[in-house]
Design a protein around this ligand. Structure first.
Ligand code: AMP
Length: 214
């Protein structure tokens, strides 16, 4: 069961990936997480990626491919995966097609006001990476993580300017992938403006079907 999750920032790809990963016991592979981990560990990959990420731009294809290939080669990815954040342009999609046989691509489609609301209000714990929201899921004590006491902050790439660049990048580079996968008959589109439970009700049966035939 090899699934790609497509969608603009704020579409909820990460949230659904985590839910489905738990339920179907297949790994959630997020290139954004792999790169953030590299930054945290101060590796060469992290140093190369950080300036692009902070500005909301795409990290060069050859840079992101290396950690992705390594992760896809790990034993738990053999039975399938939920790929979140890759591919982000046509070149990456062609690269992925040469590496893996993808079963399904789910496109989470979300409107601009919903994106602004979700991302603009998002706050992240520096230490344990828990996610909060100033309106929908505020921390109990301003600036402090409820779970581990770490500092809660707004990610650099979630500030208004970086978000604007990310959305432009998405429109220009990533959104053509919807047509790319539709033409290959691999695409399922979901309205991701709906609340999580409703979106889950739509996608879960599809994944469940794929799970039966794997
Ligand atoms: P994400 O957590 O998926 O929103 O990714 C955060 C940032 O990591 C993006 O804004 C990019 O700078 C970088 N990134 C993640 N995945 C890719 C990718 N497939 N290609 C290029 N850059 C990526």
């Amino acid at each position: 069961m090899r699934i790609v999750l497509l969608g603009a920032p704020g579409a909820g790809k990460g949230t659904y990936a985590r839910l489905l990963s738990e339920k179907y016991k297949i790994p959630h592979i997020s290139t954004g997480d792999l790169l953030r981990q590299a930054i945290k560990e101060h590796t060469a990959l992290g140093a190369k990626s950080k300036p692009f990420m902070d500005q909301g731009r795409l990290v060069p294809d050859e840079v992101v491919l290396r950690p992705l290939k390594k992760r896809l080669g790990e034993p738990d990815a053999r039975n399938g995966f939920l790929l979140d954040g890759y591919p982000r342009n046509i070149h990456q999609a062609d690269t992925l097609a040469a590496l893996e046989k993808i079963d399904k691509v789910i496109s989470f489609e979300v409107s601009l006001p919903v994106i602004m609301e979700r991302i603009g209000g998002r706050r992240t714990c520096e230490k344990c990476a828990s996610i909060f929201h100033v309106k929908n899921m505020p921390v109990k004590v301003e600036g402090v993580c409820d779970k581990c006491g770490g500092r809660v902050y707004q990610r650099k790439d979630e500030t208004p300017l970086a978000l604007e660049i990310r959305l432009e990048t998405y429109k220009k580079e990533t959104s053509p992938l919807v047509e790319y996968y539709a033409q290959k008959g691999m695409l399922m589109r979901v309205n991701a403006d709906y609340p999580i439970e409703k979106v889950n009700l739509i996608i879960d049966p599809i994944i469940s079907e794929l799970n039966k035939i794997r």
